[in-house]
Structure formats: structure tokens, C-alpha cells
Write a protein that binds this ligand. Sequence first.
Ligand SMILES: [Zn+2]
Length: 139
Amino acid sequence: MAGARGAGGHPVPAEAAVSAPVADLASDGLLDTFPEGRRLVGTQCDQCGRTMIGARVVCSSCGSREVSRVALPATGVLYSFTRLHVGGEGVRPVGYVDLDDGVRTLADIREGKVPLRPDMRVELGVDGDDWFFAPARGE
Ligand SMILES: [Zn+2]
């Protein structure tokens, strides 16, 4: 397929895909299978060491293009949460989870037998192609 043409008919380089800063929970493509199991996809900068959520081509901290794809930790801490009341869908708890490597992500939260509270330990759960965090065992 021929690429886009700029002024004078010169080809315009394809724009590199850069992931959004916040995940789209409906179709994020963040879940993948790694040797340690199903995990959220992350990117680690080979220059400054920062870890980010999602597949990225540029480090959002230092701008380096030397980045590596990594599996994010399956456990973390619930930073904050709320319950969305959506017509026809009932109540949908969502929250920010601080993963054990420091990456913060917006996530669906599944409530268990214990009430949700900030700073509680949570772990990644997978249901088909959906992912969520739920209170960790022992909470
Ligand atoms: Zn960096």
C-alpha cells in the first residue's frame, strides 16, 4: 500500500503509535500472556528505568525510544475508588491501582466479601478478555 504523500509528492513517514496516557477500559488491548501468566502489558525505559502501562514506543519520562515490553506485576494497592451508577448496567466499581512496580492504572474493581478501602492489597483477575482487580487473598 502506498503511503501518504506530502508536498511535492514526497512520502510522509507513518506516525508512530503512542498509547494514550489513560487506558480505555472498553478496548484497551492491555492484557497479554507472558511466561509468568496473564498480565497487563507495560513498557520499561532502557535509559531511565521508568515503567509505564501499555505498549509504547517512547518513554514518557525522558523521551528515549529505547524501551522494552514487560509484564506488569499482578498485585498492588487500591489508591482510590468509586462506584459508577450506569443506567441498565447497575453499579460498576472503578478505581486507581498502584501496582507493585509503581505504575498507576485505572481499573475495574470487583468487590469481594470485604468492603473496599483505600490502601488495601488487590490482585489482577482475568475473566476471558476482561481484566479487573479484586481484593487480594488475606484482605
Ligand atoms: Zn526514560
